[in-house]
Design a protein around this ligand. Structure first.
Ligand code: FPP
Length: 230
């Protein structure tokens, strides 16, 4: 969800106005995913590197997040949307953690859309935490190193139980992965748009989905093989 700062700067507004408008886009995109029957949506809301931003911007983002969660709870419940989180959430302010945990618990049985927020998330950090967990199990004699395969490793990541993404959308013209789901994106289709996140919309989402639908996914096979598979 890139480009909030630039959206605000283009209007000579403080950066937080861009984040605020970005929350409106979050609402629109969640709504559209729900309407289209998309079962999973993961939003990169705050990276482990974002802690290094000016303290006032970090505080404003945390406040926005807490407000969003408090305001959206009823909608998540009525729309049958389950909230999940990935990332090193222990670093979040206690009041955000509290509303986050409450929202996760209250929506745990919902099933139409799984909305995953990446908060204090960095893929390398996630991978290292998974590796340390597995190493501790090996050390404790509960796991044989030879039993660590892709399935076992995936199950040790924060995204355990979530399918790998089919499509990654990055807004604002940047063409980087920026430490996001590095393991999980192995076969994802990548979609980059110049549109800044606050200007992204249900229409823009459908444009990205149409682009995705026209692609041929081969998963390392030849085009003839993958055509006969589908
Ligand atoms: C990147 O734009 C965006 C962020 C670091 C924050 C994204 C957060 C939100 C959209 C609001 C909170 C999220 C939820 C789920 C309620 P940038 O600030 O790096 O923009 P720039 O590259 O133009 O400076």
């Amino acid at each position: 969800m890139d480009g909030n700062g630039r959206w605000a700067e283009q209007r000579q507004l403080p950066r937080i106005f861009g984040h605020r408008q970005g929350v409106e886009t979050v609402r629109a995109v969640v709504k559209e995913c729900r309407a289209l029957g998309i079962p999973h949506l993961t939003l990169y809301a705050f990276s482990s590197e974002n802690w290094g931003r000016p303290a006032a911007e970090v505080a404003a983002l945390m406040e926005l997040l807490g407000l969003f969660l408090a305001q959206e709870l009823e909608t998540l419940i009525t729309e049958d949307i389950r909230l999940r989180v990935i990332g090193n959430t222990a670093l979040l302010p206690p009041e955000v953690l509290q509303v986050l945990q409450r929202t996760i618990e209250r929506t745990a049985e919902n099933s139409q859309l799984v909305l995953t927020l990446a908060l204090s998330y960095g893929s390398r950090d996630e991978i290292l935490r998974a590796v340390k967990g597995l190493a501790a199990e090996v050390q404790g004699g509960e796991l044989a190193a030879s039993d660590i395969d892709e399935r076992r490793f995936s199950a040790s990541l924060d995204t355990a139980g979530l399918p790998d993404p089919d499509l990654l959308i990055r807004t604002s013209g940047e063409m980087r992965i920026s430490n996001f789901l590095l393991w999980q994106l192995a076969y994802a289709e990548l979609y980059f748009t110049d549109v800044l996140w606050p200007d992204f919309s249900a229409d823009e989402l459908r444009r990205a989905l149409d682009d995705f639908a026209a692609r041929q996914r081969r998963f390392g096979l030849t085009s003839a093989q993958s055509a006969s598979d589908s």
